[in-house]
Design a protein around this ligand. Structure first.
Ligand code: SF4
Ligand code: SF4
Length: 163
């Protein structure tokens, strides 16, 4: 039986609107610098601002991430930060069914025709295959799923390779 994707981005841009939400680690800065062919100093000056001890991606005058362009979507897609790559498979949506249901109202890419269990199964497989399971202190909380990974993976063991 064909697997229904738990998530297919509709490019609506909802998740790219807002300020202060996208922290860029030094590794992510390097990735974006390589993609944009810029040095770190220029990148930070043009595209980031400092918030406490961290750097966040700037928003433009319309309130969207500076890398978002209408009709194009994310202009740094291949190098975008890990939180952008991981959405909607954030910790909250994986461990809490209510959060997942609320996320469906926010993100039209989350399929309402799959169960939460299937969302979790596909999400964990995606995060693992894209090296998005973070464990380090200081990483985004949304990506810290390593403590729940064992339990979730035991549950999904029979279908791990179907995605
Ligand atoms: S809110 Fe969902 S569907 Fe819309 S751009 Fe973001 S990930 Fe894609
Ligand atoms: S980096 Fe790309 S995916 Fe992330 S918020 Fe900005 S435009 Fe959206």
């Amino acid at each position: 039986m064909k697997t229904i994707p738990a998530f297919t981005c509709q490019m609506c841009g909802h998740c790219c609107k807002g300020t202060g939400g996208i922290v860029v680690s030094p590794e992510e800065q390097d990735r974006l610098c390589r993609f944009l062919n810029m040095d770190r100093v220029s990148f930070l000056a043009h595209y980031a601002e400092k918030k406490s001890s961290k750097y966040i991606i700037r928003s433009d005058e319309t309130g969207y991430c500076i890398f978002f362009k209408k009709d194009t979507g994310c202009t740094v897609h291949p190098a975008k930060p890990d939180v952008c790559r991981a959405w909607p498979f954030f910790r909250g949506n994986l461990v809490d069914r209510i959060s997942w249901e609320m996320a469906q109202d926010y993100c039209p890419g989350i399929c309402k025709d799959v169960t939460h269990e299937e969302f979790v199964r596909q999400g964990m497989a995606y995060l693992k295959s894209h090296c998005l399971i973070h464990q380090q202190t200081g990483d985004a909380n949304a990506l810290k799923v390593s403590d729940i990974e064992k339990n979730l993976c035991q549950k999904m063991e029979p279908r791990t390779h179907n995605l």
